[in-house]
Design a protein around this ligand. Structure first.
Ligand SMILES: Cc1cc2nc3c(=O)[nH]c(=O)nc-3n(C[C@H](O)[C@H](O)[C@H](O)COP(=O)(O)O)c2cc1C
Length: 144
């Protein structure tokens, strides 16, 4: 059994809901998934011991919010090379946050990314629950 860590930040809880659903998809596939608010990650040691990682932030004013930016500098110090990765984030109309997170994980951390960031605005949209769970399943597939 593999272990996945899902780290999110949020203002109005939409991104947290997506994080929880991705975790469900990973667990349905027989792996362990831990979901953490970015505020709970105090240093890079907290990122050790996982096979896969998904990081998420909502888009506000065309970018990810500050707690995720700060967290990505912390994650830079962890050795995430070749680990499985995915990115997500609630949004209204544009996807800058998850796009930037995905590219950072791929090009800076050199992670083994799933096919793209999760293009889901909100878990509450029709089909949203399934989409987020399927993203978790995609992460799980790469872990095995
Ligand atoms: C002041 C403000 C600015 C926003 N800017 C953007 C934006 O640039 N692009 C976008 O797609 N959505 C934008 N949104 C919508 C949020 O991304 C959306 O409400 C999202 O569900 C919030 O996720 P959260 O609950 O995880 O914080 C904005 C919302 C507010 C209130």
């Amino acid at each position: 059994m593999g272990r996945a860590l899902i780290v999110y930040t949020t203002r109005t809880q939409e991104t947290r809901q997506i994080a929880d659903l991705i975790a469900e998809g990973i667990r349905f596939s027989g792996h362990e998934a831990v979901v953490e608010d970015v505020k709970a990650i105090k240093n890079e040691d907290a990122l050790a011991g996982y096979d896969a990682y998904a990081f998420g932030s909502p888009t506000y004013h065309g970018e990810m919010i500050q707690p995720m930016k700060t967290f990505l500098f912390l994650a830079e110090k962890a050795d995430l090379e070749n680990k499985v990765g995915g990115a997500f984030g609630a949004h209204g109309w544009s996807t800058e946050a998850q796009d930037r997170i995905y590219q950072t994980m791929k090009t800076v951390f050199k992670m083994d990314m799933v096919g793209g960031p999760l293009p889901l605005k909100s878990a509450g949209l029709g089909g949203g629950i399934q989409m987020a769970q399927d993203y978790g399943r995609d992460i799980a597939k790469k872990m095995t």
